[in-house]
Design a protein around this ligand. Structure first.
Ligand code: ADP
Ligand code: MG
Length: 339
């Protein structure tokens, strides 16, 4: 042990990277969220070997100003909030200013970016957080970020990466969820050179769902369209002909942010009463819109955990929204007959 002292930046970043960047999947999530926040309506996600050898996100968003490119990689540097008050009215997915610094500290990164106001762009490369080169480059408006050699300088983490197939499965799941979060963005997903899907840009949630899932689910979807006490819940939930052995197809967004909240899943299922077979789960895609001051997203660096004010109230609204979708399609009649 030595005397108490402030850690150097490199070490601070590596420690933080442990929380924000657990896996290739979390890198993909953070980078796509940046593209969404940049106002892109076309986002391409490309990965190789489960993201271990390559993750590349290309967007047509607003790009980064030349003189801000280096700052983007500094810890706690963000263009999205200025004061803690802004956390009460958050409309962006990012706000912590940690992702790029964390990702760059544990990989090789190349970022090419150009804003609409500039006639040429900037290319910057970093290795383990250190800037290696920075130059002007001709490129379209938007941002292309390429991450290679993940965890090259953190052998302990590299060792814990799962197989390519398993990491790639996790990435598939997150890209599908992110694509569902924004029906007005076209997502293209390429895995080991194969185009896995491309979503349309139609402002129609059902079109997005149908471009991502098989037909039997599509045919079972019931519309959720609910509003009460300032909470709006829209989306789709499946009828009794469709169910799965896990909850992977229950995807919930709060103000366009993908969230994980076990109790929400339980309340969705509660609407089905006992109508689905034991240990079977419906597919359900819900978009909850709520006053941002009633949601705390600053619970964990990964930002998928949220806390609600009046949680029980919101959970009951979720249950009611799903129940009324089932009810308006006469599914509840079947429930009454059976019970
Ligand atoms: P945060 O998203 O929390 O602000 P990040 O580390 O993810 O932090 O990004 C830092 C900053 O870099 C962002 O605030 C944004 O200004 C800029 N940035 C990152 N990615 C993009 C992108 N794809 N397009 C435009 N700007 C970006
Ligand atoms: Mg971000």
């Amino acid at each position: 042990m030595t005397k108490i002292h402030l850690l150097d930046n490199e070490t601070i970043n590596k420690i933080a990277a442990g929380e924000v960047i657990e896996s290739p999947k979390s890198i993909v999530k953070e980078l796509v969220e940046n593209s969404i926040d940049a106002g892109a309506d076309e986002i391409t996600v490309e990965i190789k070997n489960g993201g271990k050898s390559l993750i590349r996100i290309t967007d047509n968003g607003k790009g980064i100003e030349k003189d801000e490119v280096e700052d983007a990689f500094k810890r706690h540097c963000t263009s999205k909030i200025s004061t803690s008050d802004d956390l009460n009215s958050l409309y962006t997915l990012g706000f912590r200013g940690e992702a790029l610094a964390s990702i760059a500290s544990v990989s090789h990164v190349e970022l090419i970016t150009r804003t609409g106001g500039d006639s040429y762009g900037t290319k910057i490369t970093l290795k383990g957080g250190e800037i290696i080169s920075k130059e002007d480059i001709g490129c379209p408006v938007g941002t292309i970020i390429t991450v290679t050699d993940l965890f090259f300088n953190v052998p302990a983490r590299k060792k814990f990466l799962k197989s390519d197939a398993s990491e790639s499965g996790n990435i598939n799941e997150i890209v599908v969820s992110l694509a569902l979060s924004k029906e007005n963005i076209s997502f293209k997903y390429i895995n080991n050179g194969n185009v896995i899907f491309r979503t349309p840009k139609t402002n129609n949630f059902l079109n997005t769902i149908s471009s991502l899932y098989e037909k039997d689910m599509y045919n079972s979807l019931l519309k959720v369209d609910y509003e009460n006490n300032g909470i709006t819940i829209t989306g789709y939930t499946t009828n009794l002909n469709y169910y799965r052995g896990n909850r992977k197809q229950q995807i919930v967004f709060v103000n366009s942010r993908l969230i994980k909240h076990k109790r929400i899943n339980y309340f969705i299922e509660a609407a089905y009463n006992t109508l689905l077979p034991k240990s079977k789960y419906p597919a359900c895609f819900l978009k909850i819109k709520i006053d941002p001051s009633l949601v705390d997203v600053n619970v964990h660096p990964a930002k998928t955990e949220v806390r609600f004010q009046n949680e029980d109230n919101i959970l009951n609204e979720v249950k009611r929204s799903v129940y009324s979708a089932l009810n308006s399609n006469n599914i509840m009649k079947e429930i009454k007959k059976e019970t």
